[in-house]
Design a protein around this ligand. Sequence first.
Ligand code: PEP
Ligand code: MN
Length: 339
Amino acid sequence: MIIVMKPQASEQSIRAVTKYIEDNGLQVHLSKGEEVTIIGMVGDKSKLSTENLVIFKDVDRIVPVTESYKLANKKFHPQPTTVQVGNTSIGPDSLTIMAGPCAVETEKQLLLIAEEVKKAGATILRGGAYKPRTSPYSFQGLEEEGLRYMQEAKAATGLSTICEVVSLEAIEAAVKYVDMIQIGARNMQNFILLKEAGQSGLPVLLKRGLSATIDEWLNAAEYIIAEGNPNVVLCERGIRTFETATRNTLDLSAVPVLRSRTHLPIIVDPSHSTGSYKYVAPMAKAAVACNADGLMIEVHNDPAHALSDGPQSLTFGKFAALTDELKPFCQIMGRSFRD
Ligand code: PEP
Ligand code: MN
């Protein structure tokens, strides 16, 4: 349930409504726009006669929120959210590019990739230190040592950093070294991990589950925000369909659908969705054209010898060519491209 206040409602009127809600044991979430203030209500509404709220001064209307996710809901918070990640941000004005290897392999490899992706316009370095691999015999990641290399790469280049976490132990390590944590597709509905990510204090990139609906995905985001962490970014990374020509099917329609339902930033991962370096560039351009706030792209110095996801990794040359080609798309969409 949300209470929409009249334009120019006084502070006193707003306080009277929030006090009434809180006095009845519910939580208040305030969203102050330029014109209108929206008061969101979370909790057990059976304790409150919500219809009485129309009597309060400067209340315009009361709107029921039928979706089970509230804090992630655009009705609660009509303005788009900008999420700060280290010294950069993800939001409506710019196109933020996260790039780097699927897995952190060596210190030298990571530093080299960090320098090259920065030159081409990325502002966030990605690199997996905990790899949730389909096969238990595949490379599982360097764990804390990999996180240390991420921290070194940040110090050397000034890039912000993101790393996937798969356990509470990984979260506890990641908070010491990186600027953002990632919950991967395979853990999107690991509710205990989501709550722990919500308590970590770091911004969270929440990837869409392999078979998750948009509603399930937004509820997963709600778990994180409900722990007091509003800094959630959603990442469309393809879903499982009957099609086998690509690794997954990139659901780009999720971008405008999410845009209509949530205020959270939305980015697209054309690497894991297509599984082939050949399709990364066209889908990256399409993602910018449908108004994504950013991209996550896998880049490797030597894809043929990558320990993970070589076939979808771009070489330095291909990545630089792509970021160049993205600039006119950003211009059309009214987004700045940091380089
Ligand atoms: C990744 O980004 O390294 C990754 C494993 O992605 P996803 O969870 O989307 O498969
Ligand atoms: Mn990967």
